[in-house]
Ligand binder design. Structure first.
Ligand code: PMP
Length: 362
C-alpha cells in the first residue's frame, strides 16, 4: 500500500497548454515576446547586488512613467489591489477621516478598505459615467476634513477618465493627501504626478505596461512620507509597511537592506523590460501629434520615396525642412485628415515605397 494518502494528480502529467488569445479586455493585456523573454532569465537571490541594481532601474523607470522626482518610488509585490491597500493602510490611522470619490467600483473598494482599518469614511458619489467638479470636491473636503482623498483616474468599470488638474492644490489647502488610482490609465493617458500635486499614485503591471500581473508601481510624495513616517500606530499590515518596503527598495537612505520578503525576481525582470520599452517609445516626449517626423530610411533617397508615393497613391508627404532636410520624412494628418484609415493608407504607401524604391547597398 502506498504511504501517500493523496495520489499524484493525473492532470499534472498532462503538459501545460495555454492558448494564444487577443487580450482586448480591460486587463491583463498581451505581453510581447520581449517582455516574456526577459522574465525567463535565471533566478538570482532577492538580496543579490544584481537584483538591487535591477530594482534601482525599475525605480527610475517608474519615476519617468509617473513623471515624479519622489525618492519613495518602488514596485509592490502584488496587483493593483495590493497598491490600494498599501496606500490606504500606510497613509491612514484608525479613527482618521477618509474621503473617497465613487463613480464606479474602485472608489467603493477604496472606501471598503479604509473602513476595514477603522477609518471614518465618507464618500462623494456620482452616477456611473459621471465626474466630480472642483466645487463638489472642495465642499466635501471642507465638510469632512479627511486626511486622504481617493480618486480613480481611469475608472475601468465605467470608462471615465477623470480630470485631475486643480484637485491636488485643493487637497493641500485642506491638509489632505491626494491619492490617485491609475491602474487602468497609466501610460495610456497623460498624467504628471508632481505637476498635478498627487501625493500617492499607483498602477499595475498588467495593463498598459504589458507586463505579467503581479507587480504594482507606487510612489509617495514627501508630504505623504511626512505623515506616514510620523504615525502614532504601526500600519496594520507588516507586508505593506512602507518603512520596511522603503528599506527593501533602497529608498530610505540607509546603507544596508534588511530582508523583508522575497521579491518576485522574474516579475522584476519583466517589469524592467516593459519600462525599457516605454522609455524607448516615448523617450522623446515632446512630439508634435499633428506632424509626425520619421527618420528617413537609411540607404534610400527620400525624394524617390515621396515621388513614388505621390505618383502611386496621389498622396503628398514631405521631406525635411531647414535643419531636417535629408534626414526625415514628414507626415501631416490634420483635422479631418486625422483618421485611422488615413494612418493605414500612409503606412501602406510607405511600406510599398520601401519595396519599390531603390536601396543602395552601401
Ligand atoms: N483600479 C482600477 C482602476 C482597475 O481597473 C483595477 C483592475 N481592473 C484595479 C484597481 C485592481 O487591480 P488588480 O486587478 O491588478 O488588483
Amino acid at each position: 500500500m502506498s504511504s501517500t494518502a493523496v495520489a499524484p494528480p493525473a492532470c499534472l502529467r498532462r503538459p501545460l497548454v495555454v492558448p494564444r488569445r487577443f487580450m482586448f479586455g480591460p486587463g491583463p493585456s498581451n505581453v510581447p515576446p520581449r517582455i516574456l523573454e526577459a522574465g525567463a532569465n535565471p533566478i538570482l537571490g532577492h538580496m543579490h547586488p544584481e537584483i538591487f541594481e535591477i530594482m534601482s532601474d525599475i525605480k527610475s523607470g517608474i519615476q519617468y512613467l509617473f513623471q515624479t522626482k519622489n525618492s519613495m518610488t518602488l514596485a509592490l509585490t502584488g496587483t493593483g489591489h495590493t497598491a490600494m491597500e498599501c496606500a490606504i493602510f500606510n497613509a491612514v490611522e484608525a479613527g482618521e477621516s477618509v474621503l473617497t470619490a465613487v463613480n464606479g467600483i474602485w472608489g467603493e473598494r477604496a472606501a471598503d478598505m479604509a473602513e476595514r482599518i477603522g477609518a471614518r469614511v465618507n464618500t462623494i458619489v456620482a452616477p456611473p459615467g459621471g465626474c466630480f467638479s472642483l466645487e463638489e470636491i472642495e465642499k466635501a473636503l471642507s465638510k469632512h476634513r479627511p486626511v486622504l482623498f481617493f480618486l480613480t483616474h481611469g475608472e475601468s468599470s465605467t470608462g471615465v477618465l477623470h480630470p485631475l488638474d486643480g484637485i491636488g492644490d485643493l487637497c493641500h489647502k485642506y491638509n489632505c493627501l491626494f491619492l490617485v488610482d491609475s491602474v487602468a490609465s497609466m501610460g495610456g493617458a497623460p498624467l504628471c504626478m508632481d505637476k498635478q500635486g498627487i501625493d500617492i499614485l499607483y498602477t499595475g503591471s498588467q495593463k498598459v505596461l504589458n507586463a505579467p500581473p503581479g507587480t504594482a508601481p507606487i510612489s509617495f510624495s514627501d508630504r505623504a512620507c511626512q505623515k506616514i513616517f510620523n504615525r502614532k500606530t504601526k500600519p496594520v499590515s507588516f507586508f505593506l509597511d512602507l518603512s520596511w518596503l522603503a528599506n527593501y527598495w533602497g529608498c530610505d537612505g540607509k546603507p544596508s537592506r534588511v530582508y523583508h520578503h522575497t521579491g518576485p525576481i522574474s516579475a522584476f525582470y519583466s517589469l524592467r523590460e516593459s519600462l525599457c520599452i516605454l522609455a524607448e517609445e516615448v523617450g522623446d516626449s515632446a512630439r508634435l501629434p499633428t506632424v509626425t517626423t520619421i527618420v528617413a530610411p537609411p540607404g534610400y533617397d527620400w525624394k524617390e520615396i515621396t515621388a513614388y508615393i505621390m505618383k502611386t497613391y496621389n498622396l503628398e508627404i514631405s521631406g525635411g525642412l531647414g535643419p531636417s532636410v535629408g534626414l526625415v520624412l514628414r507626415v501631416g494628418l490634420m483635422g479631418c485628415n486625422s483618421s485611422k484609415a488615413n494612418v493605414d493608407m500612409v503606412l501602406t504607401a510607405l511600406k510599398n515605397a520601401l519595396k519599390h524604391c531603390h536601396k543602395s547597398r552601401v
